[in-house]
Write a protein that binds this ligand. Structure first.
Ligand code: SAH
Length: 373
């Protein structure tokens, strides 16, 4: 699996752009102009880079260079304001990217995102973009619709960043002036595309101006990469999809658990070095009658005891292909109560855009609006 975006400026670092400029006899500062045009101004054609002399733009074009911003091929808007974008890559593969105004970035309930900032247009508070890391997914979680696609290929760094730029452009939103959170929780397993994912993080921090502390990456539990990630100097926050409190159950719902079991996963979680005041997030999808009993909640509390963490509970987002049901809200509240009483901050994730198949675990490149029952 490799990049299909050869000759795209999008995906190149400042250093790579510097080599490009210098090799074609341009002064090195042209690289900064290209970098800003691509990642900050989000231009989608070379002709729009007004800071460059037209001869250099022509030279780039004649040697086959293009910006490489992916195309939004469809947009579906939910009754709750969530938008799901179908994004087309240069090889015609598609991924989905979700825009959540007033978004649930996994931080819901902690109050840290409230309030306005100066210079922010009225009515605007914050939004969250949920980003894909692969075309499809190889992990095969039993409760997730993306799993049904299998994995087609990894996304290149420029394709990961490109989703965000395309959506920001379409929404007319400009970080860092306007607050945007990113969650790498779309299609795919980011830690099975680690290098491209990390390169994208750096480009977004340095180029687009979204701080890494406003980003969260979620992993199904790729233990070696959790260890690597903990050593990164610049890194998003970490969420781990736990979904079961013991190995038998976890292997049943997440076959990946055979490769890295709960003991290995929890060892990595315990070894993970957190920044001051940072918490690890454990995500837990509640499946009716499967992993949502009081006993499971107590077992989960025991499993994560001592980790500076919070838990995000997600009641299953349904799909007719899935062998599980959504638990009643009462059961979800009971599960939450036990964890809270054990001393773990525990939040219930509000489902976003279920009516347009934009919610967690529902991203499967749905092209037409499904008939609403
Ligand atoms: N592969 C990574 C990134 C995707 S995050 C990971 O698994 O963490 C997607 C989140 O949605 C995960 O926490 C996953 O457990 C959850 N999820 C998957 N299917 C779901 C469904 N049908 N309903 C609710 N949550 C689901």
């Amino acid at each position: 699996m490799h990049s299909t975006e050869s000759n795209s400026l999008l995906g190149l670092t400042l250093q790579e752009l510097t080599s490009l400029a210098v090799e074609s006899g341009q002064p090195a500062y042209r690289a900064r102009q290209l970098f800003d045009a691509v990642y900050r101004q989000k231009i989608d054609a070379l002709e729009q880079i007004s800071t460059l002399p037209s001869e250099y733009r022509a030279q780039l074009r004649d040697s086959g260079w293009r910006v490489g911003l992916p195309k939004i091929s469809q947009k579906f808007v939910s009754s709750d304001g969530t938008a799901r974008y179908l994004i087309e890559l240069s090889d015609k593969e598609t991924v989905e990217t979700v825009w959540m105004p007033e978004g649930d970035d996994g931080e819901s309930g902690d109050g840290s995102e409230a309030g306005d900032e100066s210079g922010v247009p009225s009515g605007w508070r914050r939004a969250t973009i949920c980003v894909s890391s692969q075309v499809g997914c190889a992990v095969n979680c039993r409760f997730c619709l993306t799993a049904l696609l299998g994995v087609k290929r990894n996304l290149a760094a420029g394709e990961i960043v490109g989703q965000i730029l395309a959506v920001l452009r379409e929404q007319g939103v400009q970080p860092p002036l306007q607050r945007v959170n990113l969650v790498f929780m779309g299609m795919g397993e980011p830690f099975l595309n680690y290098d491209n994912f990390m390169k994208a993080v750096h480009l977004l921090v340095e180029g687009t101006g979204i701080p890494e502390t406003r980003m969260t990456v979620s992993t199904a539990g790729v233990v070696p990469r959790i260890l690597d990630f903990g050593r990164e100097a610049v890194r998003p926050k970490l969420a781990i999809s736990l979904n079961a409190p013991n190995d038998t159950l976890r292997t049943e719902v997440m076959p990946l658990n055979r490769k890295w079991n709960l003991q290995e996963l929890m060892n990595a979680a315990r070894a993970f070095e957190l920044r001051p005041r940072e918490r690890l997030t454990f995500e837990y999808v509640l499946l009716d009658g499967v992993n949502d009993s009081i006993t499971h909640a107590r077992e989960l509390a025991e499993l994560i005891r001592g980790v500076r963490a919070k838990v995000n509970l997600i009641a299953l987002n349904p799909g007719k292909e899935l062998p599980y049901r959504t638990p009643d809200h009462g059961r979800v509240l009971e599960f939450q109560r036990i964890l809270v009483e054990s001393g773990t901050p525990t939040f219930i994730r509000r489902p976003r855009g279920r009516d347009i198949f934009a919610a967690c675990g529902q991203l499967k490149r749905t092209v037409e609006l499904p008939a609403l029952a």
